[in-house]
Design a protein around this ligand. Sequence first.
Ligand code: F6R
Ligand code: MG
Ligand code: MG
Length: 365
Amino acid sequence: MKVTLTAIKADIGSVGGHIRPSNRVLETVENHLRQHHQGILIDYRVSYTGDDIAILCTHTRGVGDSKIHELAWNAFKAGTEVAKDQGLYGAGQDLLKDAFSGNIRGLGPAVAEMEFEERTAEPFLFFAADKTDPGAYNLPLYLAFADPMFCSGLILSPGMFKGFRFVIMDVSHTDADRVIELNAPEDLYDIAALLRDPERFVIEAIYSRETGEQAVAVSTTRLHNIAGKYVGKDDPIMIVRVQGSFPATGEVLAPFHLGHYVAGFMRGSHSGPLMPVRQNTTTSFFDGPPIVSCAAYCVHEGRLTAPVDAFDHPFWDYVREKISEKAIEIRRQGFFGNAMLPFSELEYGGIVKKLEELDKRFVTR
Ligand code: F6R
Ligand code: MG
Ligand code: MG
């Protein structure tokens, strides 16, 4: 059976700062879906990571379907009403436009979706990150899909010997999507040359070169491209199909032990290590650290199993301690050098005004 997985997430308000949505808001989003999904969705799950609510759903309407997007938009709108009623912070923050206009892309919420013919067994992973941006997935995806040091399947599993095709988007363009397709392993150095700049070049999708099947879909929204100013980080979501001719679950998870430094953290303006956490985790230290959750599922005829929390394991407790050390270490450096993002990433925030004022006071000697 051909099924579509659609994941849509938004920050529509949170308790006590940008920490987590309230139970009432979560219930409202879930109730809206329960009441309106008949005839549209086969199945759905609602979760949160930091201050972002994610709707993961299955259906047969293909990607970019207006009915599916509208349902999610209306669920977030209903949640926003409750967030306002409770006086939550940042109520409706990611709903940047007033009205739904056919597709939720470009309206604020992040979208990752893909359509495929279900395998007999169809395991996949759903990642959701907070206090960071879509480029955060560049390194772990590169390591899981192109580096045999992390993905042993590239040398051990014949279904992966041909490698993978990477679709990479230049997210600096606001008017149209600019993408390039590159093949691993032949184009490895070109892929690396782009992915090293995660604020500009972002993996959008990855395909198996053995079967042509899509393995990965990442949300590529950059909120400031839509709003023209800083309105919170983009907090990306991602769907990854695993096993068989795709990397194994553990091969996709392995690179996350690095806790690599990503853009985000406090005010979306700093570098911080990406910490793998359980689903439904809040943010805390310095409005962070940047976090990523991973729910593992199987889907059959569009019906989802209950999620298994992939980062809920003693191994990841040890990793989280190590990553906390990395977070503290870079925070000791405050705003200096690499601890804060370069000006190009801050130009949508308040520092622009300050520098404009100071510029007037410069004298030429
Ligand atoms: C980062 C984030 C927070 C806020 C910070 C200030 O993505 O959401 O770090 O930027 O708490 O929030 P405001 O400007 O809303 O007071
Ligand atoms: Mg927020
Ligand atoms: Mg967020």
